[in-house]
Design a protein around this ligand. Sequence first.
Ligand code: PAF
Length: 282
Amino acid sequence: MQVYDKRLDIETSVAAFKKDNKSIGFVPTMGALHQGHLALVERAIAENTVVIVSIFVNPTQFNNSEDLVNYPRTLESDVKLLSRLSTNIIVFAPSPKEIYGNEMLSTPYNFGGLENEMEGKFRPGHFDGVGTVLKHLFEIVSPTKAYFGEKDFQQLQIVKKLVEIEKMAVQIIGCTIYREDTGLALSSRNKRLSKEQMANAPLIYQTLKQVKKDFGTKSVTDLSNWTLDQFKNNDELKLEYFEIAKVSDLKSITRKRKNTKYRAFIAVFAGEIRLIDNIALN
Ligand code: PAF
């Protein structure tokens, strides 16, 4: 298992792989790896000759400094987990300086409006930070394919747009959400949930599933009101937003139209911990 923290080391390895025409699968992560990440890595292993996993808690995508400080950092156990999948995986775990130099700045991006919806509204600057770090990482790793979970569906759409804007050759692969048996979407932030919060958190996916079930027969307003009701009296979970949006541009809707793909999106606070989830509705 090779663990590099210098971009030059990765770039040197990548140059050799490219020379040998090896395909490079890339899984960018912020560490605190869980089964959802590992499923992405397994897919990358199945589809590529070489797999690189980055572990980098990217400061520029945190709009909340406490969230950045408290974000779990578990490099040693992450490496152990990855080595169980394959000892050939290359881990890139750089310092912020290695990625950003002396100025930790993000580039302001126009992702065609995708950045102004949902997460973009509630986390100002978040997607500029995501776009900036991924541009750096894609330049360093030069991947053939890069893998992202659909839990962050808006991020996935934005990364596809980023690649288009920056004219990068990488193919972006979206992978289905990995869930606990309770239905709770796996997230590195779940590690910080209390017992009570953990017991209540499955309500998020239960609600989404019911919305999907009722989507054909109920209006968007009724579904939204019903969702608000589900969280109204819950002491552990506070609903931040619930939206039904078009997959194409992530704009929320008040009325359904024929031949249009929709998803429901939700963000919930369990104390200080922010959980998001989404589901395809049709
Ligand atoms: O989804 C994440 O973990 C992060 O947003 C990513 C894609 C690794 C960029 O820092």
